[in-house]
Write a protein that binds this ligand. Structure first.
Ligand SMILES: Cc1cc2nc3c(=O)[nH]c(=O)nc-3n(C[C@H](O)[C@H](O)[C@H](O)COP(=O)(O)OP(=O)(O)OC[C@H]3O[C@@H](n4cnc5c(N)ncnc54)[C@H](O)[C@@H]3O)c2cc1C
Length: 478
């Protein structure tokens, strides 16, 4: 066992460490602490662990809350997950496509290829616009504040409208002119049209440098198997993982949090790690929070997703891990089949199809019935040409709703995020980590790394600020 650190004058092992949220960040932190002899308490709002990376299994089908590819670049981390899953971590080649104007294109978009698949007049317009955008960029560089400016100055207006505008506005529900350029720099891997043209004209090596062509995925139990295995180990080492415990309040003594409340349950607390949404943090003890912080938190919004699952009495309809549907005419943004991630995710000869429909909590889509949602997804499939899909193939329907799927990067969000995070930092025994607690559109591997660093900080082996520094670079995350 590794030597223990201290928190203040008391050894860490004797402290009450409470972790809010049993997703990858919270459970990685809990496990790292439990292995060092600490007995953390993890409080989770949902009935099961896993957070956004949770999975459901029923009637022989296993499906995730939207498709999840695990990207790990660190061999030790792969070995760790293999160990947790008893060697049942698959390594897979990825296949994703975009369905646009009645045709399939590779994903990530190889703009050069896509452009030359368009009618000649459109290709000519794309090239002319591109030349114009580059020329203008040399004379009068764009400030690139918004997503629209960022993409247009690199790709030109026509490509922006065909490939980027529709999907982005559908996913986020706000105009691209109000979305921060940060989103583009993290999610569009193609640096310039010239670059992609050169790459696409070469026979090999036409993938963007940052494109991950393979990923990991559990052979059994869906992506949620990772968190379930971690939770089990935390408990076997003496920690607690309590599901169905939505945290409703905190008590403070000065700048220290002394107690956490979940309904009528109370938990003494020497250290608090939060992975719950950043704007919910201030609601836990609003009277103690300065008004500008509450204002900043109130203006941070998350985009929600309704996940619609069709259990089909037929084999997979495609061999993709997912297919993007950028056009307005489709209800869904993306389709996926978990059986293409692991054949164990459906009974032989059957598949479960997941459609993600982005919306806002409480809007018409969020509130509509399962039957209506299933009809919309079936209509999408018909429009895509999967005409052989018969209504009788659909043996069951499920839906799940994620209220905080995507932090919305509207212009100015970073300043407001910093205001709320600074309030968190003013509390002496508090750390925020993970995707929604940092309001950062990060991947699973980032949340794992944040959880690890937070535990290391509590064990005195890492700076407390180090966990929040994960995934802050302007890099490609896709
Ligand atoms: C549709 C979709 C697809 C994705 N695909 C990929 C992918 O392919 N690859 C990839 O690497 N990443 C992907 N991600 C991102 C990935 O899911 C997240 O980065 C990761 O799961 C976040 O883990 P986390 O622990 O930071 O946060 P979360 O998973 O959000 O965990 C926070 C936990 O806190 C709980 N909670 C919230 N409020 C309270 C409360 N008041 N009290 C107690 N508990 C509370 C939540 O229920 C949740 O369990 C995807 C995300 C989405 C939405």
């Amino acid at each position: 066992m590794t030597p223990l650190g201290t928190i203040g004058s008391m050894p860490t092992v004797d402290k009450q460490i409470v972790i809010l949220g049993a997703g990858l960040a919270g459970l990685t932190c809990a496990l790292e602490l439990a292995r060092a002899g600490v007995k953390p308490t993890v409080l989770e709002r949902e009935a099961i662990v896993g957070g956004l990376a949770r999975s459901y299994s029923e009637d022989g089908f296993t499906y995730d809350l939207g498709p999840h590819r695990l990207l790990i670049h660190d061999a030790d981390q792969v070995a760790e997950f293999q160990r947790l899953l008893g060697g049942e971590l698959l390594h897979k080649e990825r296949k994703s496509r975009i369905f646009l104007q009645g045709r399939f294109f590779h994903y990530p978009l190889q703009v050069g290829n896509a452009m030359f698949s368009m009618p000649p007049a459109t290709t000519a317009r794309i090239l002319a616009d591109y030349a114009w955008a580059r020329g203008r960029g040399l004379l009068r560089p764009s400030a690139d504040r918004s997503f629209e400016e960022w993409v247009e100055s690199r790709f030109g207006r026509t490509l922006y409208e065909i490939f980027f505008k529709q999907y982005t506005e559908k996913a986020w529900g706000i105009p691209c002119s109000r979305i921060s350029a940060d989103w583009a720099s993290q999610r569009i891997s193609l640096l310039s049209l010239w670059d992609t043209l050169v790459k696409s004209l070469r026979k090999a090596g036409n993938q963007p440098r940052t494109y991950a062509s393979s990923f990991y995925y559990p052979a059994q139990g869906g992506i949620g198997a990772l968190c379930r295995a971690m939770a089990q180990e935390v408990e076997s080492l003496g920690g607690q993982v309590l599901c169905g415990q939505a945290v409703t309040g905190i008590n403070r003594k000065g700048q220290r949090i002394s107690q956490v409340r979940a309904g009528d349950q109370k938990f003494a607390c020497d250290e608090l790690i939060s992975t719950i949404p950043l704007n919910d943090l201030v609601k836990l003890n609003p009277r103690a929070v300065p008004a500008p912080v509450i204002q900043a938190a109130d203006s941070l919004r998350f985009r929600a997703i309704v996940f619609v699952y069709l259990f089909l009495n037929r084999p997979a309809i495609a061999d993709d891990h997912w297919i993007y549907l950028p056009e307005e005419q489709f209800a869904g943004n993306r389709l996926s089949e978990s059986v293409n991630f692991s054949i164990n995710n459906a009974p032989a000869g059957k598949t479960v199809l997941c459609a993600e429909i982005t919306c806002d909590v409480g809007d018409a889509t969020w509130n509509t019935t399962d039957a209506v949602l299933a009809e919309r997804v079936s209509a999408d499939l018909q429009r895509m040409g999967f005409a052989d899909l018969h209504p009788a193939d659909i043996v069951d329907i499920r839906t799940h709703r994620a209220p905080e799927a995507y932090p919305i990067y509207d212009i100015g969000y970073q300043e407001r995020v910093n205001t709320v995070l600074a309030y968190g930092e003013s509390l002496s025994n508090f750390m925020a980590i993970g995707r929604n607690a940092l309001f950062r559109y990060n991947n699973m591997d980032h949340s794992v790394e944040m959880g690890r660093r937070a535990a290391q900080a509590l064990l005195d082996r890492q700076d407390r600020k180090s966990a929040a520094q994960v995934a802050t670079e302007s890099q490609y995350f896709g």
